[in-house]
Design a protein around this ligand. Structure first.
Ligand code: ZN
Length: 246
């Protein structure tokens, strides 16, 4: 059969199934994109946090350096004072203070070195995160473009299928068309099912011999009494009847 015409219920079912698959793809694309965008936001946030942490670390280095400078000038002042003192005990006290200050300054120098190492490490992390965010941003943009491009073709295909589905309603006897439409409205592509080996392929319940006979005679539309799907004969069981003709 041409891609968008139905001459049997089986064809019509196929049209409904293809329309459903297209609708699913049209909704799944934007969902995937939204999820990727959310993941990108999370990474962007992590990058911002890493930049902030790097900035804080740089401030900490500056503070330590400032502290060291004030310790040094305090010690320099004490050394000047030391040269001027006459009393021995005062001399000793200043010497002790200078020794304490020296320890203190060594400790501060160690802290500066450690903080600078952390600055290096955080600089590296920020650079990595920036690369990652850039790559991910490009990926998300490419995905958005791809989804847009596909959506256009998919919408055109869907419009064609919907048109063919409406045209195929002529397959259904007029007095049963309302029931057909209701069933399609409720169940979409699941509105139809083939009868295979004497059972409904939608719910797998065995069909009565009367329903099977009607299907083979093919004069009236048959519904599964269990699940309500409209029935047609599977390929192997098709004959030339109206609802089973291939
Ligand atoms: Zn059924």
């Amino acid at each position: 059969m041409p891609s968008s015409t139905a001459s049997t219920l089986r064809d019509l079912h196929l049209l409904h199934q293809r329309a459903k698959a297209l609708r699913d793809r049209l909704t799944s694309g934007p969902k995937t994109l939204a999820a990727r965008k959310l993941a990108l936001e999370t990474r962007q946030k992590a990058l911002d946090d890493a930049k902030k942490a790097l900035q804080d670390e740089k401030v900490a280095v500056k503070k330590h350096e400032h502290h060291l400078q004030s310790q040094q000038s305090k010690s320099d002042d004490l050394k000047v004072k030391l040269n001027a003192v006459k009393k021995n005990d005062e001399y000793k006290a200043i010497q002790n203070q200078l020794a304490l200050d020296k320890n203190h300054m060594e400790k501060t120098e160690g802290e500066i070195l450690e903080a600078m190492e952390r600055v290096d490490e955080k600089t590296r992390l920020v650079a990595e995160a920036e690369l990652e965010v850039k790559k991910f941003t490009d990926e998300v943009a490419a995905l958005a473009k791809q989804i847009d491009e596909h959506a256009e073709a998919q919408k055109a295909q869907l419009a064609e299928l919907d048109k063919a589905i409406v045209e195929a309603e002529s397959l259904i006897d007029e007095e049963q068309r309302d029931r057909y439409r209701r069933t399609v409205k409720q169940r979409g592509a699941d509105a139809l099912a083939s009868a295979e080996d004497g059972a409904c392929s939608g719910c797998y319940v065995t069909l009565t011999s009367q329903v099977m006979n009607e299907l083979i005679n093919g004069q009236t539309l048959q519904f599964c009494m269990t699940c309500g799907r409209m029935l047609y004969l599977a390929d192997a069981e098709q004959n030339t009847s109206k609802y089973g003709r291939s």
